[in-house]
Write a protein that binds this ligand. Sequence first.
Ligand code: PEP
Length: 244
Amino acid sequence: MRALIAGNWKMHGLRADIAAIALPLREPAEALVCDLLVCPPATLVEPVAQALAGSRVAVGGQNCHSKAAGAHTGDIAAPMLRDAGATWVILGHSERRADHAETDALVRAKVLAAADAGLTPIVCVGETERERMAGRQTAIVGAHLAGSLPDGFAGVVAYEPIWAIGTGHIPTPADVTAMHAFIRGELVRRFGQGGLSIRILYGGSVKPANAAALLNLPEVGGALVGGSSLKADEFLAVARAVTA
Ligand code: PEP
């Protein structure tokens, strides 16, 4: 199973930035031993997909609605992302859960909508600092997995401790290993053999300086990268840390 390095641009990027952030990924991606994905804001999905057409870099959205169409002002449907050139979508990111009160049930409905539209979902799970301090991290992540993943789930899970996102603080290797082992166990318990082939990404302050250490931990099948995905050289340095 190849590792996946996915970039989440969040609410950053104008058309003028495509030349600096996306285009420099085209050629180097050929030599990488991992899969590369960029998830720009919705307005840039189409131009980024055009800029990367014919390359080995995939393009994804950062969210989609649970319905394929309808009276939902300001939302974006999964078929629209697909139509714009996306093949992936990030769902249930902690910023969406916090800013838009997204529940596990809503995330699960979005996963189904994404799959119907031919998008591969990356479902984010993770605990707050307070929850970790209280020793509740596996209970929280277990609940996210149980509630957010539908039966027959065919996508990727991203473990993102909320306190590590954008802060420069990362969990210890032992903590990442323990959580990824827990997630793998939950996936196998729920999906049987199929649970073995679901990639589990780590996300939260992944940078070139810490990428190799994180990506070589057991059951870490790649990374979801925020800040460092906005600089092509940093994003490529993270991707190059994948060596097998
Ligand atoms: C994220 O946006 O999912 C993320 C992990 O951000 P950062 O890498 O900036 O912590």
